[in-house]
Design a binder for this molecule. Sequence first.
Ligand code: IPM
Ligand code: MG
Length: 360
Amino acid sequence: MTNYRIVVLPGDGIGDEITHVTVDLLRAISSKHKFKLDISYEDFGGSAIDKYNDPLPIKTLNSCKASDAVLLAAIGSPKYDNNPRDQRPESGLLRLRSEMELFANLRPVKTRHALLEASSLKPEYIKDVDLLVVRELTGGIYFGKPKAKVNTDNISRAFNTMVYSDYEINRIAQIAFELCKNRRKLLCSVDKANVLEVSQLWRECVNSVSKEYPDITLSHQYVDNAAMQLIRKPDQFDVILTSNLFGDILSDEAAMLTGSIGMLPSASINLDGPGLFEPVHGSAPDIAGQDIANPIAMILSASMLLRIGLQEIKAADDLEKAVDMVLTDGYRTPDLLSINTKKVGCKEMGNKILQSLNEI
Ligand code: IPM
Ligand code: MG
């Protein structure tokens, strides 16, 4: 029986609640599909700062690197807002992505039929949305140097650098084109080439990679226009390829098309090592501990872990099917509630999905 080593990072805020529900489902699915999961928990984010003054302790990093896949809930809390930058939860996440060289972040956004009414957009605009944001994750302005906050002659200044090398753009473009092959074959690269040199290089590189993919239709949009098009006509998009910062912003926007950011999973991968699978949403400290968080983004992240990280395709399909069954039955956490739906908490949502899994 195959045995996979999974590292789970519950993190902060609602992390514990949604992790509990998700790990129960993973255990159920592994016994159903006859593989073993060797699950270990590690400290990460705010909870690691509290214990070790470090959001990414070395033990956590080493376990992640030695695993087959990493499942993360969420990190962050206002409690650390005034900490020095390297002692904030977010810095741990950026270091983890960088240390594991997870340069490709995949954020699929697909409308679920049962949730058409939960979106703030009209159903006719979102009913056919099925897009994938491919975000570059280990470069750009998030990591560019020089960066600093300085004070000279009583004037405070701060700066960051948005920088990309050709090889960083080429490898993320290649991933996006490859993923496009099994989809509608439309790739839209998003940049700000009318203003930024770094975007001009981005566009040149994407154009040159596109020559290897004659079957895929490539278009380019400026990021301001793309933000508008996502609301105006979201079903025009198949794969959106973009840089770290633009992808951060556009993926939150795209998440809302489906009704709640509580639905959106993500996978961060490279070409060979273990991947990191995490919901797009944050740790939501304001609702932590109340059993009202939506665990579905983390459950769907676990499904991406099964599909992309472990190649357990049938198990991933089952998990997604179980989620759809529960939504079709009308069960909703408070973030998704609309007329004629039944309100459940985080735990109960997990139980309902578990029941559906047993019925498949
Ligand atoms: C995300 C988050 C992170 C990011 C934060 C928590 C550092 O917003 O994964 O989208 O900006 O990448
Ligand atoms: Mg974000």
